[in-house]
Design a protein around this ligand. Sequence first.
Ligand code: APR
Length: 175
Amino acid sequence: MVNTNVLSRIRLLQGDITTMEVDAIVNAANNDLILGGGVAGAIRIKGGPKIQEECNKIGTIKVGEASVTSAGNLKAKYIIHSASMSLGGWTTAQSLRDAVKNTLLKTEEYQIKTIAFPAIGTGIAGFAADECAKIMFDEIISYLSNKSHLEWLYLVLYDPKTYQIFKEHYDSLRV
Ligand code: APR
């Protein structure tokens, strides 16, 4: 059973992550930081051109790393670009784990208190949603168990099936 203080800081929602009024929205990024479709597409369209311009200044990062830009026109303060794959490549268990871990470390550097994650890797990058839930919860819980600066961590799932998979995993942690 996971410590209730940790689980109580995690919230699952179904919807569009770009509507979240949080300090940071996590982008499901490629390591070239080129905003394509899916989450990145929604951030690009609603956040405006500033975000890609800032990504272009950062340039290519390593797969598994994370970079921070402003959130452009979105209500959030920051976008954390969590690069779990390379363009044209696939997300792997290790690259997802590294990307989530490095994204969480950025919350400390930027004093981020509230953050929203999508189901990284489970769209264009082809990673299985149930495997993604296991890995994301594992990394998030081990991080929250040691750090308390994060007040709320939202997992925002776009479609009902992915929401259900994450919800079942979340409920299994409470028993
Ligand atoms: N809000 C929340 N979740 C969303 C949204 C949204 N607006 N749009 C899509 N999703 C969901 C997808 O349904 C999927 O479950 O986010 C998950 C991740 O899907 P992708 O965004 O396709 O990300 P990923 O699979 O990690 O692939 C990343 O795709 O768009 C390109 O530039 C991006 O190269 C990168 C790659």
